[in-house]
Write a protein that binds this ligand. Structure first.
Ligand SMILES: [Fe+2]
Length: 211
């Protein structure tokens, strides 16, 4: 997809994540914050070389940009991508950690509760706005945190799951208690099926490159 970009549909009903994340929070987060990143990005890329690029290409092409307009393009493009990725990282349905992902989690963290504890710690430690991530890098799963719109995807790192730790993600439900939001979301909403799909895609990419 190239510009004009559109707001991708949510993968579940707006109220489906309640009471962990209320319908009110999702409504503001999705229709106001996410929509604004999409609209701003469309205005910024109009009649530029970025207008015909895919979203991922724009994020990678503008990552680390020094020029003011390109920085703005990065911030908005990355936030569109990060939010799409965040919605898909969450699900109201119970998902199981299985198959190749379960083996990788056991190999690199010991167990899922250690992974979740480290992801929660990364989210708590992120000073100010940002994101906590489960990624697959150099054949190993690990946890990363990024500030503002920064995203491991910009560096070509395969993202498996993310949690938004900007205040707009939790303030209406948890006020300043980011650790409570993290505990609830990570304990009850993580979409292990999506993480497994993302890990599987990497397998295909590696095999394709080797063939
Ligand atoms: Fe957000």
């Amino acid at each position: 997809m190239t510009s004009p970009f559109t707001l991708a549909p949510l993968p579940w009903d707006e109220k489906a994540l309640a009471p962990v994340i209320s319908g009110n929070t999702i409504a503001f987060h999705y229709h106001k914050h996410h929509q604004t990143y999409v609209d701003t990005l469309n205005k910024l890329v109009e009649k530029t070389k970025f207008a015909d690029m895919k979203l991922e290409e724009i994020v990678r092409a503008t990552a680390g940009a020094a020029e003011a307009k390109e920085k703005k393009i990065f911030n908005n493009a990355a936030q569109v991508w990060n939010h799409d990725f965040y919605w898909r990282s969450l699900t109201p349905n119970k998902t199981e950690l299985g198959g190749k992902l379960a083996s990788a989690v056991a190999r690199d963290f010991g167990d899922a509760s250690t992974l979740i504890a480290q992801l929660a710690e990364a989210g708590k430690d992120q000073f100010g706005s940002g994101w906590a991530w489960l990624v697959s890098k150099d054949g190993k799963l690990s946890i990363e945190k990024t500030s503002n719109a920064e995203t491991p995807m910009a560096k070509g790192i395969n993202c498996l799951l993310t949690v938004d730790v900007w205040e707009h993600a939790y303030y209406l439900d948890y006020q300043n208690a980011r650790p409570k939001y993290l505990e609830a979301v990570l304990g009850r909403l993580l979409n292990w099926g999506y993480a497994a799909e993302n890990l599987e895609k990497e397998g295909h990419a590696v095999r394709a490159a080797a063939e």
